[in-house]
Design a protein around this ligand. Structure first.
Ligand code: PLZ
Length: 444
């Protein structure tokens, strides 16, 4: 959407009258279990702007939860997906295959870490990719146990609810959950009792001890971790934690799975966040940023592991839909052409400088963290006790929304305000968004 002006504009109350009308219809017709952060109904979106049906233009610091890294109407995504739509919408790769799927698998082999032979399988959603990573790891290892971490998020299907740490809203009342899932500590530097400098080695030792004593390394099929934990609060595991867990997996024949569904595809300033510590995962799950907003997900990894599932054992009617594959090829083309890894690093520099200055002024900010364009502030009632402040977090988000800045919250304690701008956002919008955050902090 090249003609969408890249300017914030507020012309009605937020949400405006047309959005309110649609919201009334929505409440009558759509199940309440499906929520919305901000009920302004979208008319157009692109670059760093979401325009609503009342003509308001909001600055986008959410990217539809880390999806539209190339924007919500990137030229190459629209061009390739439209051409594919006109050719054919679907055949089902399991019936008669097509080239786009193969091209996406080739691109994933090229872009993911490691020089080993790799293969991929494509799916529709992040949760489906994680479920399939577990199927593949179990088929390969002939073991059953799966190890996940405190604050981890992996989806809303039955198995991925079991893998997800947080009860409300993801799991409450929806059990029983899939068995053979074990949760161990993660190196959450800001909240580690002996301080961030000790968190990496101490948390790794605790996690490995728990796995060894309570599960038995020989029973573990897979260790699954987000290299930067997303929904759990933008937690970067303290240095040394990921390498220790990855080495433990390798030493014990366990498949090490990096869930890069939120952190992947240039979001953190690398193609994949695990590259920052030189980790080469056995399997990597991707979705979100991969396809510029079209629904696509993948499991990519060592060819011998990926081939462990018997022929016909993996799939699904829509997995690797041709239009979504075309979108992915357009998204990857855009990331390379615009060097969006460099752009994510530039966004980090701008955001961290401004947010650290705000932390000097406002005690409510306990921590500023994140990488690339995956940045957050954790809000506390008291810097000494670090008591979480979800009320201030909600109030800040609402204040930003009223000013026309779309921000999201996250965190186990609901006290993290996270910023996920499209990587193509202009510098003016980025700094205007930061001004709004600063104004909101002053106001609350
Ligand atoms: N793994 C690391 O971040 C999705 C969830 C939003 P799906 N995160 C956004 C919500 O409240 O449902 C996610 C993720 C990580 C897996 C998933 C799941 O991806 O495409 O939402 O299934």
């Amino acid at each position: 959407m090249t003609d969408l002006p890249q300017e914030r504009r507020i012309v009605t109350a937020i949400p405006g009258p047309k959005s309110q009308e649609l919201q009334a219809r929505r409440l009558a017709a759509v199940a309440q279990g499906v929520g919305s952060v901000l009920p302004v109904f979208t008319a157009r979106a692109g670059g760093g702007i979401v325009e609503d049906v009342d003509g308001n233009r909001l600055i986008d610091f959410g990217s539809g939860i880390a999806v539209t890294s190339v924007g919500a109407s990137a030229e190459a995504v629209v061009r390739r997906a439209s051409a594919q739509l006109a050719d054919f919408t679907h055949t089902c790769f399991m019936v008669t295959p097509y080239e786009g799927y193969v091209e996406v698998a080739e691109a994933l082999a090229e872009l993911t870490p490691g020089e080993h032979a790799k293969k991929s399988a494509l799916f529709n959603s992040g949760a489906e990719a994680v479920e399939n990573a577990v199927k593949i790891a179990r088929a390969y290892t002939k073991r059953q146990a799966v190890v996940v971490f405190d604050h981890g998020y992996h989806g809303r299907t039955n198995l991925t609810m079991a893998l997800t740490a947080k009860n409300m809203p993801y799991k409450h009342g929806f059990g029983p959950f899939a068995p053979e899932v074990y949760r161990v500590p993660v190196a959450y530097g800001y909240r580690w009792p002996t301080g961030p400098q000790n968190a990496g080695p101490e948390a790794a030792a605790q996690a490995i001890d728990q796995i060894s004593k309570q599960v038995g390394a020989d029973n573990v099929a897979a260790i699954i971790i987000e290299p930067v934990l997303g929904e759990g609060g933008f937690i970067e595991p303290a240095k040394g934690f990921l390498p220790a867990l990855s080495k433990f997996a390798a030493d014990n024949g366990i498949v090490f799975v990096a869930d890069e569904i939120q952190s992947g595809f240039c979001r953190t300033g690398q193609w994949f966040a695990c590259e920052d510590e030189g980790i080469v995962p056995d399997l990597i799950t991707t979705a979100k940023g991969i396809a510029g907003g079209l629904p696509l997900a993948a499991v990519t990894g060592r060819a011998e592991i990926m081939d462990a599932a018997h022929a016909g054992g993996l799939g699904g009617t829509y997995g690797g839909n041709p239009v979504a594959c075309a979108g992915a090829l357009g998204s990857i083309e855009t990331m390379k052409a615009l060097d969006l890894n460099a752009r994510a690093k530039a966004i980090e520099a701008t955001m961290k400088a401004r947010l650290l200055a705000m932390a000097d002024k406002f005690d409510v900010i306990g921590d500023v963290r994140g990488r690339g364009a995956m940045i957050a502030i954790e809000l506390v009632k008291d810097r000494a006790t670090k008591e979480p402040n979800p009320e201030a977090t909600g109030a800040l988000a609402r204040a930003c929304h009223q000013e026309g800045l779309l921000v999201l919250t996250c965190g186990t304690y609901g006290n993290v305000l996270r910023f996920l701008p499209p990587l193509v956002i202009g510098d003016d919008l980025l700094s205007e968004g930061l001004d709004i955050i600063e104004g909101a902090l002053a106001a609350i």
